[in-house]
Ligand binder design. Structure first.
Ligand SMILES: Cc1ncc(COP(=O)(O)O)c(C=O)c1O
Length: 420
């Protein structure tokens, strides 16, 4: 019998995979004139070959119409963000009125916190996971300080085990223990460091039981895990489009605001693009926000970036998250087995800290390497393997179902023996 990690065996798995043909729709970065092993789609997705379809349209409209492109051309720029609404809402399980695409992620989180972090003297704390993305922590700290509280006191962290993973019971107990003082729970739906997938539905339900606003940074979740934000009653969320959604470096972010929250007409920072679009150009004194998530927009749409997002998101609803997730589970199981086999044969222990069975994980496995980790990372890079290294001792590996193959994982397995 063939070894499970023989390249020929991996290729036979790819042949049976109904999604393997989609790899052809992406440019895979090259190493020595062959496809590199690109396992960093959790950081920056690969470039889709159709990236310029809408971009070329927008460029042609600009060239031919100049400023008239706002109202003419193939897709008028006046409402350009609307071209993304249907695909984005389907991907996260939202109503179309609950999503809008605008700005970059950190900016959007500030806008959402401005509306939804409304502390009182008694209820002013924010609960988050301890190893949340640094930008998120800076956002939380500065928002707390803006409202006149001490960040050191107002920000409460969930406890973790030694690997930085939050245990389910600890999450529920911490919410309950702090419920009187919590104004908000704010979690990265999939933690960027450990790859832990949080139970968004349950956290939201428990938070609401204690009258706590619940919001999520879904940068590592959208296009990766199943989401049903409206039915789960999530209050707000935001994500970027350049990781699993492949829209290109630093590209625009989308936000979700639950209809129940929109109806309450909370305070928001105002800009002309959030104003009632019928008289947006009338430039009147009083701000009248659009009565949907679009009412949180500030600036006119960055059309070129959005045009790439428009192209790159199409594929998700074409394939369906259910099918992508089915492949993702197979890839992650195969990678998990590869690491186990490597550990057994090499007598080195690469410890997977991402919790849960493959079905409960996303595309990312975080691996603890407690000796010479950075050197291993550099060796892998020299061999054409894209993974990433997070201080002090974690390597993140993310085979994504859209364009990674079983062969990528088998090649990675053999290279590991050379690099460690
Ligand atoms: C979880 C998470 N939150 C926030 C950000 C910041 O995103 P941006 O630079 O687009 O604001 C990132 C960037 O990688 C991230 O991974």
């Amino acid at each position: 019998m063939k070894n499970k990690f023989d390249i020929s065996f991996a290729r036979s798995l790819d042949e049976k995979d109904p999604l393997s043909k989609y790899r052809e729709e992406f440019y895979i970065p090259q190493h020595n004139n062959v496809d590199a092993i690109y396992f960093t789609g959790n950081s920056l997705g690969a470039q889709p070959k159709n990236y310029d379809y809408y971009l070329n349209q927008a460029l042609a409209d600009w060239k031919l119409l100049g400023v008239e492109g706002h109202f003419g051309g193939k897709s008028s720029w006046f409402d350009y963000h609307k071209n993304l609404t249907k695909d984005v809402s389907e991907l996260v399980g939202a109503k179309e009125t609950e999503v809008v695409t605008m700005n970059a992620l950190s900016v959007n989180l500030h806008l959402l916190l401005t509306s939804f972090y409304q502390p009182t003297k008694k209820k002013y704390k924010i609960l988050c996971e301890p190893n949340l993305f640094p930008s998120d922590l800076y956002i939380l700290r500065s928002q707390v300080e803006l409202k006149g509280f001490s960040a050191d006191e107002a920000i409460v962290f969930l406890p973790t085990n030694d690997d930085g993973v939050c245990l389910e019971d600890d999450i529920w107990n911490t919410i309950e223990a702090n419920s009187d003082a919590l104004a908000m729970i704010f979690i990265g739906g999939v933690n960027y460091y450990t790859g832990q997938v949080f139970d968004i539905k349950k956290i939201t339900t428990i938070g609401h039981r204690y009258d706590i606003i619940v919001g999520f940074d879904l940068a590592h979740a959208v296009g990766n895990i199943y989401l049903d934000l409206h039915n789960w009653n999530v209050d707000f969320a935001a994500w970027c489009s350049y990781k699993y959604l492949n829209s290109g470096p630093g590209n625009v972010s989308s936000v979700f605001i639950h209809q129940n929250q929109i109806n309450k007409k909370p305070f928001r920072l105002a800009g002309w693009w959030g104003h009632d679009s019928k008289n947006r150009f009338a430039l009147q004194d009083k701000f009248e926000p659009i009565n949907t998530a679009e009412g949180w927009q500030l600036s006119n749409a960055p059309v070129f970036g959005m045009s790439i997002y428009r192209s790159s998101i199409k594929i998700f609803n074409e394939i369906g998250m259910k099918n992508l997730i089915a492949k993702r589970i197979k890839l992650i199981t195969y990678l998990d087995d590869a690491i186990e086999s490597f550990n057994a044969l090499s007598k080195i222990n690469l410890k997977i800290i991402t919790p849960g069975k493959p079905e409960k994980r996303g595309s990312q496995l975080s691996i603890l390497i407690n000796r010479d980790g950075e050197k291993v990372y550099k060796n892998l890079k020299d061999c054409g393997v894209y993974v990433d290294w997070r201080e002090p001792d974690v390597m993140r590996i993310a085979p994504v179902p859209l364009y990674n193959s079983f062969e990528d994982i088998a090649r990675f397995y053999h290279i590991l023996f050379k690099c460690i």
